[in-house]
Design a binder for this molecule. Structure first.
Ligand code: AMP
Length: 243
């Protein structure tokens, strides 16, 4: 059932749980470390059936594999510093050319710098893709307390949080029984460094999109549960229908 025309193409609702996009769509998810970007991406993947492209996950995978890229970036990642624009631009370029990303994709953690934003706009224009920017707004102190309780499954990547999303059994992944770990870059000193980086390098990009993008959704993600935040994102996306 077609429900409307947008700048992104025709959107149709199918069983009320998916948007059919005639034109590729890039959902660009902004939010500081710990804002819930990863969780919201997973909801969006399930809803829209388009892949999440997380530069952080891709970089961590290189480190896990211990390949040349992984060895080159390990120290910067562990210190909470950004890796080079050239490297992430190349990784994103390769990833969005994969067959599963042809209808659209969710960018999680990219772009992070003006040079990356420029490259992204160029890539999207070349692909004929339209962008929607989603900004998760979270209070600094909320982030610090959230991230100190964060754990991840080293096997399947599922994220848990002692307060907002505890596993059924303390310290154990619900899905595969693996022992949960603290990511190296979730340590408090590293968290502060990452927040400082975010403020300095990425916040200006949000200002840029606030001024230039017609399709910007800003959601307060400080206090509500992830499911409620997702409902707001959904209604924001549906709000573009008819524009
Ligand atoms: P994330 O999981 O998105 O918080 O990213 C974790 C770490 O990966 C960051 O602290 C950076 O070291 C690196 N990283 C992820 N995405 C980017 C990016 N777009 N540009 C540069 N470095 C990145």
């Amino acid at each position: 059932m077609a429900v409307g025309k947008t700048a992104l193409g025709t959107l149709a609702s199918e069983n009320d749980n998916a948007l059919q996009m005639a034109k590729p769509v890039a959902l660009i998810l902004f939010g500081s470390p710990g804002s819930g970007k990863g969780t919201q991406s997973k909801y969006l993947v399930e809803w829209l059936k388009i892949p999440q492209i997380s530069t952080g996950d891709m970089l961590r995978e290189h480190i896990r594999q211990g390949d040349t890229i992984g060895q080159a970036i390990q120290a910067r990642m562990a210190a909470g510093s950004l890796v080079s624009d050239e490297l992430v631009n190349q990784l994103v370029f390769e990833r969005i050319n994969q067959p599963d990303a042809q209808r659209g994709f969710i960018l999680d953690g990219y772009p992070r710098t003006p040079a990356q934003a420029e490259e992204m706009m160029r890539l999207l224009a070349a692909r004929g893709a339209g962008e929607v920017v989603i900004h998760l707004v979270v209070d600094y102190n909320v982030i610090i307390s959230r991230m100190s309780g964060r754990r991840v499954c080293p096997k399947c990547g599922t994220l848990y949080n002692a307060i907002s999303r505890p596993p059924k059994v303390d310290g154990i992944c619900d899905l595969d029984g693996e022992s949960l770990v603290i990511r190296e870059d979730d340590r408090e000193d590293v968290v502060r460094q990452r927040l400082e980086q975010y403020e300095r390098q990425t916040q200006p990009l949000i200002e840029f999109f606030r001024k230039t993008s017609e399709r910007l959704i800003e959601v307060d993600a400080s206090h509500e549960k992830p499911e409620a935040v997702f409902e707001r994102i959904k209604s924001g996306l549906q709000g573009f229908i008819g524009q």
